[in-house]
Design a protein. Structure first.
Length: 345
């Protein structure tokens, strides 16, 4: 768990999202931005009286042990050191799987496109195969707004489909996520597997990895380090953002209340902004300046051409979910937690 009282306080507000007791959860990619926060909520709920068993899967046992050292004395906490591209052990008895494992960093898409696709496809198949064999298990697979491609519209509901250029290396990430979404529906159709999809907008939070190359992650790191926030483009792309605490509560809502094999956009209607607006908000909150460092990049097969993508969340809200943080509130809390951690180091 992050060494921050504010972070712990925020986790406490999410304990009610965990609606089960004495069940078994597997979180793949448990050391990532979303997986680690999901794990912290489940384990915090156990500290407050729940009795769920929590299994955290990742490639590095050392990293998982460092992240979750707070819970070592708990009998309900288990680490599985494994690459998700390897089949899951059938001897485990999971009631729920939240599948977060993925190369979710744009730098990785370009430098390791084969590994990116393999993780999404092989890892997803391994989760789906487990659910096929264990009929009582329900899985939720995390996907991305990038599967929409370019529809020529600004707002996307779950039924929208757009163009993805599969000749571009950068498409390795959304194309493999698209395939996994369809594969999940195929497993439901052919085998009756219990699985649904959480299609995420741009998620940010204090649990982000140190080498996260997304623009908003760079803004936040610069601000915490006392450096000016650098805009490397005009930043006019308009999209949905969601603070990780809201994203996690939405993921639990879809897991417990979402229909199978439905897809649900994970977004907050009160947190829509351009990239430039995010940069200026971060700079203002941190008392820093904006530096424009625009570069006219050559549009080759490694460059992502961004377009507006605002995710409609009516389907998610129909399950009873509502967000707690607008953009400024989320960025403010995120910065405060990161600054608290930095002071404590």
């Amino acid at each position: 768990m992050i060494a921050s009282q504010l972070y712990r306080n925020s986790l406490e507000t999410l304990i009610g999202s965990v609606e089960t007791d004495a069940k078994s959860f597997l979180i793949t990619g448990a050391s990532g931005l979303i997986g680690s926060c999901l794990a912290d909520v489940l384990l915090s709920a156990n500290s407050s009286g729940k009795h769920n068993r929590v299994y955290l899967l990742g490639r590095s046992e050392e990293k998982l042990m460092n992240l979750f050292a707070t819970y070592f004395d708990s009998n309900s906490f288990h680490i599985i050191e494994q690459d998700i591209c390897e089949p899951l052990n059938d001897s485990y008895d999971f009631d729920y799987i939240i599948h977060c494992a993925s190369n979710a960093d744009p730098r990785l898409y370009v430098n390791y496109p084969v590994e990116t696709m393999a993780t999404n496809l092989k890892g997803g198949i391994n989760v789906l195969e487990y659910v096929r064999k264990h009929k009582k298990c329900k899985a939720e697979i995390l996907s991305t707004f990038e599967v929409y491609g370019d529809t020529g519209k600004d707002k996307y509901s779950e039924c929208e489909t757009g163009i993805l250029d599969f000749n571009k290396i950068r498409s390795c990430y959304p194309e493999s996520k698209r395939a996994l979404e369809l594969l999940a529906r195929c497993y439901w159709q052919e085998y009756g597997s219990s699985v649904n999809i959480a299609r995420l907008c741009s998620i940010y939070g204090p649990t982000m990895l140190e080498d996260d190359s997304k623009a908003h992650a760079q803004f936040l790191r610069n601000a915490v380090d006392g450096r000016d926030v650098i805009l490397k483009s005009p930043g006019t792309t308009n999209r949905s953002y969601c603070y990780v605490m809201d994203a996690v509560s939405a993921i639990f809502c879809v897991l417990f209340h979402g229909e199978v094999p439905e897809v649900y956009n994970i977004s907050n209607e009160n947190s829509t902004a351009t990239i430039a607006q995010v940069a200026y908000s971060v700079a203002k909150l941190a008392g820093m300046s904006i530096v424009n460092d625009w570069v006219d990049a050559v549009q080759d097969d490694k460059i992502y051409k961004p377009h507006n993508c605002i995710l409609e969340n009516d389907k998610l809200k129909s399950l009873g979910w509502s967000g707690r943080y607008n953009l400024e509130q989320g960025l403010s809390e995120c910065l405060s937690i990161l600054q608290e951690v930095k002071i404590g180091q």
